[in-house]
Design a protein around this ligand. Sequence first.
Ligand SMILES: NC(=O)c1ccc[n+]([C@@H]2O[C@H](COP(=O)([O-])OP(=O)(O)OC[C@H]3O[C@@H](n4cnc5c(N)ncnc54)[C@H](OP(=O)(O)O)[C@@H]3O)[C@@H](O)[C@H]2O)c1
Length: 235
Amino acid sequence: MRPKAVITGATKGIGRAVAFKLVQEGYDLAVCSRNQQDLEDLKQELHRLNPVSEVWIRTCDVSKPEQVKAWCGELSAHWSKLEILVNNAGLFYPGSVLTEPDEALPHQLGVNLYSAYHFTRSLIPLIRRNASGHIFNLCSIASKTAYGNGGAYTISKFAVYGFSQCLREELKPTDIKVTAVLPGATWSDSWKDSGHDPEEMIRPEDIAELIWTCSRLSKVAVVEELVVRPQGGDL
Ligand SMILES: NC(=O)c1ccc[n+]([C@@H]2O[C@H](COP(=O)([O-])OP(=O)(O)OC[C@H]3O[C@@H](n4cnc5c(N)ncnc54)[C@H](OP(=O)(O)O)[C@@H]3O)[C@@H](O)[C@H]2O)c1
């Protein structure tokens, strides 16, 4: 049976690059985003790359725990195991703690933190059925160092990093690995209007390659943290 992976927010940027990498390596995928058409387009592109892999698509607003639980319930009825979970979906709104709107924090916590929390809790039984597995949580260099105009985003990414560390502690006695991925500026749609040169940035394919490599280590080795920066430093 082919290995199986879940990627949240797989239609763009890093999630999309991870989807291409895993399908190229023969994985079946279950992926979500909020846009049905984007998911169908992605499925077609992945099918062209590897016609054998299954690509299971369902829309889900990952900031809504009831939608996440329904999505995971449907997948758990369809699949009998899961090897890799990539908690990738996320969004960034600039703002500062003292002036951003009240909704900025709950909204970014919803998409960036609660999504990872509820996907993980809902899918852990499926991973346990496989006896071993690997959970990747997309944090950020903003998970370790606050920066100007980072406000609620930075708070949410510190929280995802904290979540990832708790999970790693809890799962040490098992064969389920946990890796916190902390990228610096990585070219994606979210940078399109920034005026920055894509050539100065990490490529989403770099992060996908690293996730793949981490997932291939021997049973006893885990990369707990993956800090990746543009060669020229932070933007
Ligand atoms: N790019 C960077 O420089 C960078 C640096 C550090 C960390 N990260 C982290 O890496 C992850 C991916 O970043 P990216 O730049 O690749 O993102 P991106 O290009 O903006 O893509 C985000 C993906 O998540 C989906 N998504 C967003 N909100 C969602 C929601 N509420 N429900 C379901 N899906 C949702 C988007 O699809 P829809 O909008 O259609 O739903 C899209 O597929 C994020 O967690 C981000 O914080 C990125």
